[in-house]
Design a protein around this ligand. Structure first.
Ligand code: CS2
Ligand code: MG
Length: 408
């Protein structure tokens, strides 16, 4: 059998998603997530204009060969657009292969290594009262791990904080439909560094020591600021501090490691194993944060996580709402199968999205399971998708109080 039809679907059920649909000559359909938040059309064009025609007629079973063909063939390599496009093709071909085998994908990756996949929720609030309300709500839903983000005195809307009321869950969407210009937010690291340790102290007082607390620095600290912060919050026993510095400066984490045992997670903006080479071989991180969607797919992600396993480093796959249900399902199949699983990010998608993407993964007392439908276990309702037209949306641009552009 061969690849016969390659379609790129763009839909916007509350937020933009790009999905690759591959259909074989026997009519078997595979789906791949190609969503790159704020640059969706670049990936859609890469697939439609440069990749689709190359795939037609290829043997859909030759996944590794197709991956190498798409990675080495174009000469220009890596980068978020290219690797999201390759990821979508790879996910779709694994979806097809598992459907042909009549198995859920995790069975082709070595079978289940655990009963379920521990997930963490996004708890946020403009102040501690709102944050406490959100954490309480998630504990009531059975979550055993929460990422906590809160407002910082003197600053307005900042990354990760729901702005629609005290501790409202699942409603944070950073990509704004703001016309031809990104919205702008303001930041001050000093305020943040002085404010956050007290927040973690309150959380431990109110919720005890069992709850796994995660926090996302979102690339905003300098190496020495990150070293100070990681040391200051050490008493609060975080499960991880994420993106404490801009991760591409891999050696910056040597300084953080010198000052703290707070576990570190980095990599959601990375798109290849080479972005991690120093971080992994020098054990500068404890968790690999990449999404399957942004790192070249299941083939590449499995290799990356196997490399990380050699150094005692675990997975922490990226799973915000800008990873589509297809990308989330791919992550869950990997999460269930690999030995060095750490934790999985889980921001449930909204109702509109789940009308477009029919999923088969299930949530139970803080754990997800990918389900046992053959393939990835996700179907795309193209009629429903057609009802949600693409609308340009940008992630915010961040500026310091003096107007200097800063990492968002
Ligand atoms: C965040 C992401 O989930 C996270 O850890 O860093 O939600 C990130 O802000 C978005 O993926 C940006 O599109
Ligand atoms: Mg993050």
């Amino acid at each position: 059998m061969t690849i016969e039809i390659v379609d790129v679907n763009i839909t916007s059920p509350g937020r933009n998603f790009v999905t690759l649909k591959i259909t074989t000559s026997d009519g078997i359909v595979g789906l791949g997530d190609a969503t790159l938040n704020g640059r969706e059309l670049a990936v859609a064009s890469y697939l439609s204009d440069h990749v689709a025609s190359m795939l037609v007629g290829r043997d859909e079973d030759r996944i590794e060969d197709t991956w190498q063909y798409l990675y080495r063939g174009p000469y220009w390599r890596r980068g978020p657009v290219t690797m999201a496009a390759i990821a979508a093709v790879d996910m779709a071909l694994w979806d097809i292969k598992a459907k042909k085998a009549g198995m859920p994908l995790y069975q082709l990756l070595g079978g289940a290594s655990r009963e379920g996949v521990r997930v963490y929720a996004h708890a946020s609030g403009t102040d501690y009262a709102a944050l406490k309300n959100a954490i309480t709500g998630y504990e009531e839903l059975g979550y055993t791990a929460v990422r906590v983000q809160t407002g910082v005195p003197g600053l307005g809307q900042i990354y990760g904080v729901s702005s629609t009321g005290p501790g409202v869950r699942y409603d944070y969407e950073p990509a704004k439909r703001s016309g031809d210009r990104p919205s702008e937010e303001t930041w001050d690291t000093r305020n943040y560094l002085n404010h956050m340790p007290g927040i973690f102290s309150k959380i431990r007082e109110d919720f005890g020591t069992d709850l796994r607390i995660l926090h996302d620095g979102h690339h905003r600290m300098s190496p020495i600021e990150a070293a100070r912060f990681a040391k200051d919050i050490e008493p609060y026993d975080l499960f991880w501090l994420e993106d404490c510095t801009p991760g591409e400066d891999q050696t910056a984490l040597r300084l953080v490691r010198q000052h703290s045992t707070t576990p570190l997670a980095i990599g959601e903006v990375f798109n290849s194993v080479f972005d991690y080479q120093t971080l992994i071989t020098e054990r500068l991180i404890d968790y690999v944060r990449s999404a399957v969607t942004h790192t070249g797919g299941i083939t590449a992600m499995k290799k990356l996580l196997d490399f990380a396993a050699i150094y005692g480093i675990k997975s922490g796959i990226h799973g915000p709402t800008d990873i589509s249900p297809v990308g989330m399902a791919a992550a869950l199949h990997l999460d269930l199968a690999i030995h060095n699983f750490g934790i999985q990010e889980y921001m449930p998608h909204n109702e509109q999205t789940l009308e477009v993407f029919q999923t088969s993964f299930t949530f139970d007392k803080g754990f997800l399971h990918p389900g046992d439908k053959p393939g990835l276990g996700v179907d795309l309702d193209e009629d429903a998708a057609a009802g949600h037209e693409y609308t340009k949306a940008y992630l915010p641009v961040n500026r310091l109080l003096d107007g200097t552009v800063h990492d968002w």
